[in-house]
Design a binder for this molecule. Structure first.
Ligand code: 5RP
Length: 232
């Protein structure tokens, strides 16, 4: 079995462990990415076989909304008329405090909106996502308005980042679901993530950043040695 297949199996295990916390009647946030999609598919299968009933979902990206629709999962309207009971989402980097870097799939703004509207957020990942310190392995994605974006790039450089405009597979600048751009900011290990988050939030033109601090309630990690369920 190749590496990719093994990692994919761990992602599925973590996602399916988290889906055990979904109950009939819940409103559920559906995360974006290759790990969270396993949770969406598992919820769809449980609804199909009648093991779950009357679940309504809210998607963190247009792609996930389309996937959920194609799987027959009932969806809440885009204006989110009620709070979310439980969101299951992935992450790119997870530190020992259960703080996260997210946004590898470009959905950070919607993911943060959904997480902040959720009573409980369970993050699912393979153990390759664990990190002693945020920024060690992954850049912080920063979503910026296209208007004046190079000014944000210069500002981010003054904060110590090596900044790269995210591009799609064809080499074109990647647009988020909101039509914004993403600047991937490599800071290296971040000594004070809360301070950095404040500096990012303080700048007009920065729409959101991928530091998710104090947001995850639970993290489910799958590794070769089994599943670990960490709680804040
Ligand atoms: C999307 C995200 C994803 O949850 C994150 O990138 C993890 O993705 P994957 O499960 O594919 O490794 O934040 O914006």
């Amino acid at each position: 079995m190749g590496d990719e297949t093994a990692t994919s199996m761990l992602k599925r295990q973590a996602a399916e462990h988290a889906v055990a916390f979904v109950q009939s009647g819940m409103t559920v946030g559906l995360g974006t990415g290759s790990t969270a999609i396993f949770a969406t598919r598992h919820i769809a299968a449980l609804l199909q076989e009648g093991a779950l009933r009357e679940v309504v979902a809210f998607a963190t990206s247009v792609a996930v909304r389309r996937e959920a629709e194609s799987l027959g999962i009932p969806l809440l309207a885009d204006d989110m008329p009620r709070a979310i009971d439980l969101t299951i989402d992935g992450a790119d980097e997870i530190d020992p405090r259960l703080d996260l870097i997210k946004g590898g799939g470009g959905a950070l703004l919607r993911e943060k909106i959904v997480a902040e509207a959720s009573r409980r957020v369970i993050i699912v990942a393979d153990d390759g996502k664990l990190s002693p310190c945020l920024g060690t392995r992954w850049p912080v994605p920063v979503e910026v308005l296209p208007y004046g974006w190079q000014s944000q790039a210069r500002y981010l450089a003054t904060l110590g980042a090596e900044v790269a405009l995210r591009r799609d597979a064809a080499g074109a600048e990647l647009r988020t679901d909101q039509g914004n751009l993403i600047l991937d900011c490599r800071f290296g290990p971040i000594a004070d993530a809360a301070d950095l988050a404040r500096s990012l939030a303080a700048r007009a033109g920065i729409m959101e950043h991928g530091l998710f601090l104090g947001i995850a309630h639970d993290v489910v990690i799958a590794g070769c040695d089994g599943i670990r369920h960490l709680r804040r």
